[in-house]
Design a protein around this ligand. Structure first.
Ligand code: ADE
Length: 418
C-alpha cells in the first residue's frame, strides 16, 4: 500500500462521515452485500480518479469488498475531503493519492501514482486520468480492460478522442445512464451548487436575480432550486432548444451581455470556456457573486477578472473578493472551481447512490465480459438503468404499477388505432 494524503490523524472524522453516507446509499450497499463473498473483482486493479468524498469512499469500499485492489486520486485540486482520504488509508489500508489544495504539478503526480499501478479498469470523472493514460499506454497499459466515465465533460472529451480514432480502450459512459444524469446532474447539482453558494456567502436568495449560464441537466436543476428559494432566474444559452425549454419552464432568457448588468449571483454550468469574460465583468453590479458548477475552472475568465482588478482579499476560505478598477467588488467562490465540492460536500449521498451503483455494475461488466468490448464508447444497458431505479424505489418503500399482459401487447403492437 502506498499513499500521499494530507493528514492521517483526521481518519476518525472521515470514518464517521463515511458511515453517514453508507446509511444513505442503500443500492450500493445491497451490491456490496451481494458480491462481498464471491469477490468477482479479485485480481483486478482499479485505478480511480474521482472526487474523494464520503460517497466515493462507499464506492471504493464496495469495489474493494468485491475483491479489487484500489489506487485512487482526486479529480479536482480543491474537492478532496482530507478526512475521508485519511480514513481510506488508515481504516481500509488503501492506496490513496489525494489532498485538498494540491497545485497543478501535485495533481498530475497523484494521477501518475495511480497509473503506475497498471490498472485493469479505470474509473474517471472529467477524463484527466484516461487522457494521461492514453499518453503512456506503452508504459502502464499492459493490463487495461476498460474504463468508465462519470461526467458530461469527460464523456465529451472521450467522444472527441473516439471520433479522432485515438481511443485505445473501451469506455462505458456512466454519465449517460438515466439513473445518473436525470438525478445526479439535476437534483444533485441543483441542491449542492446552492449549498456551496450559501455556505460560502450566507446570501439570501429570495429577492435576488440569479443568472444561470447553460440549461442542460445541471443548469435546469440549479434554476429550479434558485426559483424555489424565491430568486428571479435568468438563463443564458447557446442551444435554441435548451433556451426554449428554459423559457417555457418560466425563466427569462437573454444573452450574457444583457444579463451581466442585472444579475446578483452568476452560476455557470455549461461545460464550455469563457462564459463570463471581462466585458461581462465590467458591466456587473457592485458585490456580484460568481460561482461555477461546471467540471473545469474555465467558465469564468480568471485572467480577465485579475486584469480588471486593482487588489483582492479573501473574505473567508472559499470567497475571494476582487476590487475592480471601476471601484466595484466582485466575489468569486472557490477559485471558479466546482462550487458544490469546493464550498460544500458535493451531491448528497442519496443521488450518488445511483450514480455509483452504475459505476460498480459497469466495472463488473468489464470484469465478467473482458474480451467482448471494442475500443468504443458504450452506454450502459437499459436493463441496468431499470434495475437500479427499481432497487432505489424499493429502498424508499415505493411500489409502482405493472403492465397487464394485454397492455403489454398494446404498446408493442401497431394494429389497434381509432
Ligand atoms: N460529484 C458531485 N458530488 C459528488 C460526491 N458527493 N461524491 C463524488 N463525486 C461527486
Amino acid at each position: 500500500m502506498e499513499y500521499r494524503i494530507k493528514d492521517k490523524s483526521l481518519s476518525s472524522y472521515g470514518k464517521k462521515k463515511i458511515n453517514w453516507a453508507e446509511s444513505h446509499m442503500p443500492v450500493l450497499l445491497s451490491l456490496q452485500k451481494k458480491y462481498q463473498d464471491s469477490k468477482p473483482l479479485k485480481n483486478l486493479i482499479i485505478g480511480g480518479c474521482l472526487h474523494v468524498t464520503k460517497e466515493t469512499a462507499v464506492l471504493i469500499k464496495t469495489l474493494h469488498a468485491a475483491g479489487a485492489e484500489i489506487a485512487w486520486s482526486g479529480c479536482n485540486p480543491l474537492s478532496t475531503s482530507d478526512d475521508i482520504a485519511a480514513s481510506l488509508v488508515v481504516d481500509e489500508g488503501l492506496s490513496i493519492f489525494a489532498s485538498r489544495g494540491v497545485n497543478n504539478e501535485e495533481y498530475y503526480d497523484d494521477i501518475y501514482s495511480v497509473l503506475k499501478f497498471k490498472p485493469h479498469i479505470t474509473i474517471d470523472d472529467g477524463a484527466d486520468l484516461t487522457i494521461e493514460f492514453h499518453k503512456t499506454m506503452d508504459e502502464y497499459g499492459s493490463n487495461i480492460i476498460g474504463g468508465t466515465e462519470e461526467t458530461t465533460t469527460g464523456v465529451m472529451r472521450l467522444r472527441a478522442l473516439e471520433k479522432n480514432k485515438k481511443l485505445q480502450y473501451p469506455i462505458i459512459a456512466v454519465n449517460d445512464a438515466e439513473t445518473k444524469h436525470d438525478f445526479d446532474n439535476i437534483y444533485g447539482t441543483g441542491q449542492s451548487a446552492l449549498d456551496g453558494v450559501i455556505r460560502a456567502t450566507n446570501i439570501l436568495l429570495a429577492g435576488k436575480t440569479v443568472v444561470v449560464a447553460g440549461y442542460g441537466h445541471v443548469g435546469k436543476g440549479i434554476a429550479a432550486r434558485c426559483s424555489g428559494h424565491g430568486a428571479s432566474v435568468i438563463v443564458t444559452e447557446v442551444n435554441p432548444i435548451n433556451a426554449l425549454k428554459a423559457k417555457m419552464d418560466g425563466y427569462i432568457v437573454k444573452p450574457m451581455s444583457d444579463a451581466s448588468s442585472v444579475g446578483d449571483i452568476f452560476i455557470t454550468s455549461t461545460g464550455c470556456k469563457d462564459i463570463i469574460t471581462g466585458t461581462h465583468i465590467e458591466k456587473m453590479k457592485n458585490n456580484t457573486i460568481l460561482a461555477n458548477a461546471g467540471h473545469f475552472n474555465v467558465e469564468i475568465s480568471l485572467n480577465d477578472l485579475a486584469n480588471l482588478s486593482t487588489s483582492t482579499q479573501n473574505l473567508n476560505e472559499n470567497v475571494e473578493q476582487f476590487i475592480l478598477k471601476n471601484g466595484n467588488k466582485i466575489n468569486l467562490i472557490g477559485e471558479g472551481r466546482l462550487v458544490n465540492l469546493v464550498a460544500a460536500e458535493g451531491h448528497p449521498s442519496e443521488v450518488m447512490d445511483m450514480s455509483f451503483a452504475n459505476q460498480f455494475l459497469s466495472v463488473l461488466n468489464f470484469a465478467e465480459n473482458k474480451n467482448t468490448f471494442e475500443n468504443k464508447i458504450y452506454d450502459i444497458s437499459q436493463e441496468q438503468d431499470l434495475n437500479i431505479a427499481r432497487l432505489k424505489l424499493e429502498s424508499m418503500g415505493i411500489k409502482i404499477d405493472e403492465l397487464t399482459a394485454s397492455q403489454n401487447r398494446y404498446i408493442h403492437d401497431y394494429g389497434e388505432g381509432t
